[in-house]
Design a protein around this ligand. Structure first.
Ligand SMILES: Nc1nc2c(ncn2[C@@H]2O[C@H](COP(=O)(O)OP(=O)(O)OP(=O)(O)O)[C@@H](O)[C@H]2O)c(=O)[nH]1
Ligand SMILES: [Mg+2]
Length: 1079
């Protein structure tokens, strides 16, 4: 039974300094949900016996079946530490990569995090991601080293070996923290150092200056160390956990040492000198047992050994006596040692005490929110805080005060919308009746029933009615009540907003603004000043482009209690809670506030790239509407899902990975759309590129000269030199363009690829004027201030990028000389990894690094500049191989001639080939495509990296699976202190489907990989390759269609897109005949 009702929780919510909002982060299967179970059990919500078995926070059916968490969910817990009452809002998050967006939604609402690490597996990829995410969101972590029982029972380590192992795991975790810290400090340093030496020469900056930044920075709070009290050792499944403080208090009096001294020295290289009763350092050197081994681990090992291994009943009694623990008679009789063990340890070292004490002591309350964090919430990294309107800047103090008082503006952030079955809402749940109510109802029912019967039946029956049992009567009455209250036909799910109040108190019935993610306080304030207000009837679907605000009256507020919700009337600042009735106003995230000056919170930092797409359609065409409705709900419920309607009318679902995809499809079928659906094979994106002509052929023979000639572009003849340079005319012959394509140096491509956000910001900044003239007036004020928005930091970053590109070009060789300043545009979408170079003689246009204003140029070509760029953007968006975007391609424009000036006053209709700007655009696009085709073309595949932990025995099988799927092993290493190997491999996304189940099957479930998108890689086969030398014929046969993987991928994409595919179905009919003659 729950020990604390919602009244108590509501009372705790008022005391902001004693609130802790925390989440549990870890790699998949490291024991987050099991740990949460132990904490939940401490509040009586589940029985302690069921803790670890129930996995209470995994409320979905598929979560229980698969044994992994798929969503983050919150629960409010009570904890009393030294007489002070705390409210802990605990959020359990998933560890599987596919659901990492759910982690982002959780981390945003928290001030602290419990990072769980499985001591056997150590730091895994998702542990690193979790730590990084906590770091980026400025939340303070504490560490739980979990599954210590495995060191005892599974690995059978001695206490000393276990101690060494634990120090190693701790070091691994601290190494990640150190790296994060160094990266940040160095990053910060770049800015400060550069501003300092702005006018001095850059040469002054030497290495010593870099390191001083690191030395000066304070990192004492950064690392995990048991003596700092931010590490707990645990076995969640056995229900125990302790910090060194727990053991210090146990042994201090016994050893006659001051408790705080013991606490500081219990972990580390110290030993106990029995004669002098002193703690002395240098245990390792002198081959002594460290204190931690002698007093902590050996005791623990002894308990395990006695109860679980030797099952020594006599000794058990001794242990119970010395620890002052009582077991129930049933536990004493139990034959399973493990059950007794758990019963003993649960009482001796309860998880909730160790973990929640650490949380309450070490993690910050909402009041301790830092200025840095607030600024990060209020404006993105590329923008400047002081560029926000003054009313908005003033809100910073409200964030910092975190005051629940009525004079503070209400500021709420909603990080996701989650679905709840309508019948589970507290207002629709049947309230348990009080004893009085039951009695009253019973009486009423009896009277009513008796009256009714009196009128209709005989005397005898009357008697029997009076004898009717009470239970029967109350049954009758409740049945009737149910009938009366059955709700109207409504959809089965409602969406609850997962939110946190950062300032003020939100109450039922209060009216607030709902500010969409793109809301801009500048614009909104201006609008209000002009006397316009927000129409209170507006809903999300009524908003026009450029509008991001609606108004709503708060209807329902809830305390989130894991699987349940408790109704509540108001929520003061600093709490995580749920809001009902916002479906029509919020899609995925939003900010609620009583003032429009409040900026939209910056976007969540998503760690996974959604990359797997499928097209979905209903099995029955008439179900299309249901599917569309379902897709809308799914889109709202999941931060990482994208739903796209393609031009072809196809509905495409973009998901993070295979497991995520499966969950989305199940949800659609069973919950949101409730119709049968067909999903296409997963659609995987490709990139198209060109390469330097290869020097060897498919059988590694050097290519002779005649083969070296690049592929001929259609409709073009001539030798290789001129062939590569494409000359193209506009349809009216008034303009001639010469374009050549070349592969970009790989460093340049990588730089561009990694800096898309920066390029986007730069484009917005420099091209704001261009936008201005093109877009409606409404946009103008927004753009005008966009131009001034770039922060010092962003400008530095742009300069940095420019410097690095310069270096990359310089390293690439002579032909790239001066290329940096000739960059005309990058594409696709003005921020991609392809470049348009301006080598037009006499056309001196400013490069991408400066603002381009066509009015400053007298050159007639400047008029058509934007059409030219647009043509290039189109060409890079869809390449000729299979209409996928280009990557790493440079288009060099060698000439652009306008033969006669167009008369712009001439009406469009009289121009025989349409507007001239359009002709330029299409010619540039066509020219780029042809120039691309004149080079050796290649496909690029998206690659996953995966790290797989496996035993030595199954390593061979694992390599075989990887090889069959064209994967590549990057490196493999023995995991220290265990017999397993950790292998890192790269695997093409196209080949990755059902990879995880296959690996698991082949290795009998011993290896389970985590796939994370990492980069794009060129597939080293020409998709148009056919064997041409004798060796190649010999090796691949005449058709060689099995060898050409690139061709296979390309054709599959073309087929899907409905493009022409060159395929010969039956080439030589006689080949299919059986030559074997029957006799
Ligand atoms: N031996 C041992 N097993 C544990 C311990 N804690 C958890 N487990 C087991 O580890 C498995 C995964 O536990 P979960 O709590 O579901 O892990 P999780 O971190 O929530 O996993 P995801 O939510 O899917 O990321 C379960 O089979 C647990 O029984 C522990 O302390 N010792
Ligand atoms: Mg879990």
């Amino acid at each position: 039974m729950r020990l604390f009702d919602s009244k108590k929780l509501a009372e705790l919510q008022q005391n902001t300094s004693n609130i802790r909002n925390i989440c549990i982060l870890a790699h998949v299967d490291h024991g987050k949900t099991t740990l949460a179970d132990c904490l939940v059990a401490s509040n009586g919500i589940i029985s302690p016996k069921m803790a670890g078995k129930l996995r209470y926070m995994d409320s979905r059916k598929d979560e229980q079946e698969r044994g992994i968490t798929m969503k983050s969910s919150s629960i409010a817990l009570y904890y009393c530490l030294e007489g002070k009452e705390f409210l802990v809002n605990l959020i359990d998050s998933p560890g599987h990569v596919d659901f990492s967006s759910e982690v982002s939604t959780a981390v945003r609402l928290c001030d602290g995090a419990i990072v769980v690490v499985d001591v056997i597996e150590g730091v895994c990829p998702q542990t690193q991601v979790a730590l990084k995410q906590a770091w980026l969101e400025n939340i303070r972590p504490v560490l739980v080293l979990n599954k210590i029982d495995r060191l005892i029972l599974e690995m059978k380590l001695s206490p000393l070996d276990a101690y060494v192992h634990l120090t190693q795991v701790l070091e691994q975790v601290n190494a990640v923290m150190g790296e994060l810290f160094a990266t940040e400090i160095l990053g910060r340093d770049v800015v400060t150092v550069k501003t300092k030496t702005h006018e001095q020469s850059q040469m002054n900056r030497d290495l010593s200056e870099w390191s001083t930044g690191l030395e000066d920075a304070d990192d004492s709070q950064l690392y995990f160390s048991p003596d700092h009290g931010n590490v707990v050792f645990a076995s969640a499944v056995d229900g125990w956990a302790f910090s060194v403080a727990d053991f210090a208090s146990l042994f201090a009096s016994k050893l006659g040492i001051d408790e705080s001294t013991l606490k500081q020295h219990l972990w580390g290289d110290f030993y106990f000198h029995t004669k002098t009763k002193q703690i002395i350092s240098g245990a390792q050197e002198k081959a002594k047992k460290p204190l931690f081994v002698q007093f902590v681990l050996e005791n623990l090992w002894a308990v395990y050994d006695t109860i679980a291994v030797r099952k020594d009943k006599e000794k058990l009694q001794k242990i119970l006596d010395s620890l002052h623990i009582k077991l129930t008679a049933r536990d004493m009789r139990h034959t399973d040692g493990k059950v007794q063990l758990q019963a003993v340890l649960m009482q001796w070292l309860p998880v909730a005490k160790a973990v929640l004490s650490m949380v309450c002591e070490k993690l910050p309350s909402p009041l301790e929110i830092s200025e840095e964090k607030v600024e990060k919430f209020m404006c993105s990294q590329t923008e400047r805080f002081d560029a926000l309107p003054s009313e908005t800047q003033a809100l910073k103090s409200s964030f910092l005060r975190c005051s629940p008082l009525n004079d503070s503006p209400v500021i709420i952030f909603i990080s996701k919308m989650f679905p709840v079955e309508r019948k589970c809402l507290p207002q629709n749940r049947q309230q348990p009746l009080t004893a009085e109510e039951i009695a009253q109802r019973r009486e009423q029912a009896r009277q009513k029933h008796a009256e009714m019967m009196m009128q209709t039946c005989s005397l005898e029956e009357k008697k029997s009615i009076q004898n009717l049992s009470e239970a029967d009567l109350s049954m009758m009455s409740t049945k009737k009540d149910e009938e009366q209250t059955s709700p109207l036909h409504l959809s089965d799910d409602v969406f609850i907003a997962f939110a946190r109040v950062f300032s003020g108190t939100v109450k039922k019935g209060q009216e607030v603004y709902v500010l969409g993610p793109k809301h801009d306080p500048h614009q909104a304030l201006e609008m209000l000043k002009n006397g316009q207000d927000i129409n209170p009837n507006l809903k999300l679907k009524d908003l026009k482009s450029g509008q991001h605000i609606t108004k709503v009256v708060i209807e329902d507020l809830y305390v989130l209690m894991g699987r349940e919700l408790d109704e509540i009337d108001c929520v003061p600042a600093g709490n995580v809670f749920g809001i009902g009735g916002l479906e029509e106003h919020v899609l995925k995230t939003a900010t609620l506030s009583t003032t429009v000056a409040c900026p939209a919170f910056t976007e969540l930092t998503l760690m996974a790239v959604p990359i797997v797409r499928v097209a979905v359609e209903p099995c029955q065409p008439q179900d299309l509407q249901a599917l569309i409705h379902g897709l809308r709900l799914l889109n709202q419920a999941d931060a990482c899902v994208q739903v796209i309607v393609q031009e072809t009318g196809e509905h495409v679902l973009v998901t993070a990975g295979e497991v995520h995809l499966q969950r989305c499809l199940d949800d659609l079928k069973e919950r949101y759309a409730k119709v049968d659906i067909n999903a296409s094979e997963p659609i995987v994106p490709f990139r198209e590129t060109i390469v330097v002509p290869p020097s060897v052929d498919m059988v590694n023979e050097a290519i002779l000269d005649q083969h070296n000639a690049p592929k001929k572009a259609p409709g073009h003849e001539g030798d290789a030199e001129t062939e590569a340079l494409i000359t193209i005319h506009t349809s009216n012959k008034q303009s001639t363009i010469k374009i050549r394509a070349a592969p970009l140096p790989s460093d340049v491509t990588t730089l561009l690829e990694n800096n898309t956000q920066l390029l986007k910001a730069m484009d917005r900044h420099f091209n704001s004027n261009v936008e201005n003239t093109r877009d409606s007036e409404e946009m103008s004020s927004e753009d005008a201030h966009n131009a001034t928005l770039l922060t010092e930091r962003t400008l530095k970053a742009i300069n940095n990028l420019r410097e690095e590109l310069k270096k990359a070009f310089a390293n690439a060789g002579k032909e790239w000389e001066g290329a940096l300043e000739q960059i005309w545009s990058v594409g696709p979408r003005r921020c991609g990894p392809n470049i348009l170079l301006n080598r037009v003689p006499g056309y001196k246009r400013s490069s991408v690094w400066e603002k381009f204003n066509k009015d400053n140029f007298i050159d007639p070509r400047a008029e058509y500049d934007s059409s030219f760029i647009y043509g290039f953007q189109l060409a890079t968006l869809a390449g000729p191989l299979c209409e996928e975007p280009l990557m790493g391609v440079c288009f060099v424009v060698e000439d652009w001639i306008l033969t006669s000036q167009q008369d712009s006053s001439e009406p469009v209709g009289s121009q025989p080939f349409g507007p001239f700007s359009g002709q330029i655009m299409s010619s540039v696009k066509e020219g780029c495509r042809r120039a691309f085709q004149a080079q050796p073309q290649r496909l690029m595949a998206a690659m996953y990296t995966c790290s797989i932990q496996a035993n030595a025995e199954v390593l061979g099988k694992m390599y075989a699976v990887l090889a069959r799927r064209h994967g590549r092993v990057l490196h493999g290493d023995v995991v220290e202190g265990s017999a397993s190997f950790c292998v890192e491999a790269a695997l093409p996304v196209v080949e990755s489907f059902s990879f995880a189940p296959e690996i698991r099957k082949q290795t009998s479930g011993l290896a389970s990989p985590q796939l994370v998108f990492s980069h794009w890689e060129v597939i080293e086969i020409d998709p148009f390759w056919t064997p041409s030398t004798e060796e190649e014929y010999l090796h691949y046969g005449e058709k060689a269609d099995s060898a050409n993987r690139a061709r296979k991928y390309m054709d599959a994409v073309r087929k899907r897109k409905g493009l022409a595919v060159e395929e010969k179905i039956v080439e030589f009919a006689e080949k299919q005949r059986t030559l074997h003659r029957k006799k």
